[in-house]
Design a protein around this ligand. Structure first.
Ligand SMILES: N[C@@H](CCC(=O)N[C@@H](CS)C(=O)NCC(=O)O)C(=O)O
Length: 243
């Protein structure tokens, strides 16, 4: 893996937002080094500080991806995925369609932020235990209103094509991110997902199709795929899942 063209920088002990980039790169057969996992979180902090000093366009927060040859760095999950799509000629060839895929990817970013806010509705700097009551309220609304609203939206897009992928025959960054979103929600809200999934056959189908992509299947079976845990974005707290 030393000839990997990219360095991914992200917090080392969680899947988190970095995982959306990992699953995409695994699907595309793009090799990367996971720098903070190869060393530690302090190395990530130091790398961010160095970039802050040397560039006006330093990442605000991880994940960010660095082209090793030029040291060019890009942050923001949706932007990383669209950058990689362009660089590796993985787009659809239709500019309008590619822009709509980015639009969907940004909506996935919104869902992920709301998932984060189910366990940290007041402040990211406070412990979950310090905001449990607000979290219960946020999670109830997320489970009951937001999951169906977002899923209806995504399902509608997938139901307009033959599938399983949203842009037609070839998978895109939207498909790999829907996979990761469903995996994360199944982990965080297993009861809720069990009761809603049958309403969203296309989303389940694309989740399954992405899991079968050779590079993704190999990645998921490898020790590079960390388990979900309660430090990440998708956390399982029984009390937030409802019945
Ligand atoms: N919208 C950004 C969010 C990045 C982000 O919030 N990263 C988190 C870790 S998952 C972080 O380190 N945040 C620090 C902060 O916001 O101060 C993305 O999609 O990449």
């Amino acid at each position: 893996m030393t000839d990997a063209p990219y360095d991914l920088w992200y917090w080392p002990s969680i899947q988190g937002r970095g995982e959306f980039a990992r699953v995409f790169m695994a699907a595309a057969g793009i090799a990367w080094r996971d720098r903070a996992r190869d060393s530690d979180a302090q190395a990530l902090v130091e790398d961010m500080e160095a970039r802050e000093k040397s560039s006006e366009f330093a990442p605000y927060a991880p994940p960010y991806l660095v082209d090793r040859e030029s040291d060019f760095a890009i942050a923001q999950v949706a932007h990383i995925l669209s950058w990689l799509t362009d660089r590796h000629d993985l787009g659809t060839g239709d500019r309008g369609l590619d822009l709509h895929l980015i639009q969907m990817q940004l909506t996935i970013t919104d869902v992920v932020a709301e998932v984060h806010d189910t366990h940290h509705p007041i402040a990211g700097s406070l412990y979950y235990d310090d905001q449990k009551d607000a979290a219960a309220q946020a999670a109830k609304s997320f489970r009951e209103e937001r999951i169906p609203k977002y899923f209806d939206h995504f399902e509608a897009a997938y139901s307009k094509i033959d599938g399983p992928f949203v842009a037609g025959e070839r998978w895109s960054h939207v498909d790999t991110s829907i996979f990761q979103l469903i995996e994360g929600l199944r982990y965080a809200f297993p009861n809720r997902m069990k009761s809603v999934e049958s309403d969203y056959p296309h989303l389940v189908a694309v989740r399954d199709a992405v899991a079968r992509i050779d590079g993704v299947a190999a990645y998921l079976a490898s020790d590079k795929r960390l388990a979900f845990n309660e430090d990440g974005i998708f956390r399982h707290y029984e009390e937030l899942d409802g019945k």
